[in-house]
Design a binder for this molecule. Sequence first.
Ligand SMILES: [Zn+2]
Length: 141
Amino acid sequence: MTHSSIFIYCDDPSHSRRQAVTNFKAEPDGRWNEHYASTAAQGRRESGQTIGANDSPLEARELSRRGLREVIEAEGPFRSRYRLECRRCKRRPVIAREEPLFAVLTRLTDTGLFEVSLILLAATLQRQSEATRADPEPGLG
Ligand SMILES: [Zn+2]
């Protein structure tokens, strides 16, 4: 199993060079973990937000107070939503649930792309959601 990672950056024309946004690293179970792009960003909370079964965000302190297992037992499996944003220009933030985001990261790295701009990431997420909504059986339209 290869351990891929992908670097996400902002290439907004207002920057003289591209700005690091964040990194994701593939885990053996197919999930992706966020790793900060620069040491300057350490100590900042992750882009991901944990969403409970009722779609409400769970506070990190609630998670640590109640404990992960108790929260899962009470609220069912939860997932994360990510808001990926350039800290410098804050333009074009990418907001995605972990399922489509992880699927896109896997697809990009499968094709050999290990660096992606926020713009390309947003476009790829958009294409994927359109493909998911489209009729899965070709030739019926
Ligand atoms: Zn930017």
